[in-house]
Design a binder for this molecule. Structure first.
Ligand code: S3P
Length: 179
């Protein structure tokens, strides 16, 4: 597939990696539409993410998330922020690899813990135990998927949100992507 034509830009990475915040800024800079798979899901299901997890279960959440990604991947020209667990299925990873330019916004568990404000809205972080430990474990389980799926990796630990956007735009330019 020709990846130089206008396609979606996908942002992947852990909770707190600034996918939504920088995705909105990036969409503004590129004059593209911004979409967030979590928002698509909550609109479709008419439930919050914690409600979906609680009443329908994580498996159903993942199925609905995959359907959202599928329908978004049939469109183009969008900036798409994804849920942190989107890389857990092979089919999602395949779509992310083949249907656009995918950026892994990388951040250490310590950085993520410092950025995450809303734990109540994130069922994967609920329950007893230390936030940092949970983030370490989830990162360890997923790192290989994020790095193996992304076309580009942006290390965001030392960056501001604007600098993350600049880094994404620079990488697109270097790769001669006509964004
Ligand atoms: C999840 C991340 C969340 C949301 C859900 C599950 C995860 O999205 O999809 O709570 O498994 O990492 P954000 O990464 O946007 O917080």
């Amino acid at each position: 597939m020709d990846k130089s034509i206008k396609q979606n830009i996908y942002l992947i990475g852990m909770m707190g990696s600034w996918k939504s915040t920088t995705g909105k800024l990036l969409a503004e800079r590129l004059e593209r539409q911004f979409v967030d798979t979590d928002n698509l899901l909550t609109e479709k299901m008419k439930m919050s993410i914690p409600q979906i997890f609680k009443y329908l279960g994580e498996e159903r959440f993942r199925r609905e998330e995959a359907l959202c990604l599928q329908s978004v991947s049939e469109e183009k020209d969008k900036v798409v922020a994804t849920g942190g667990g989107i890389v857990l299925t092979e089919e999602n990873r395949r779509l992310l690899r083949t249907r656009g330019h995918t950026f892994f916004l990388k951040a250490s568990p310590g950085t993520l813990a410092g950025r995450i404000r809303n734990i109540a809205n994130r069922p994967k972080l609920h329950g007893p135990g230390d936030l940092l430990d949970k983030l370490r474990k989830l990162t360890a389980d997923r790192l290989e998927y994020y790095t193996g799926t992304a076309d580009f990796i942006v290390d965001t630990d030392a960056l501001t949100t604007d600098e993350v956007v600049d880094a994404v735009l620079e990488k697109l330019e270097e790769a001669h992507v006509n964004a």
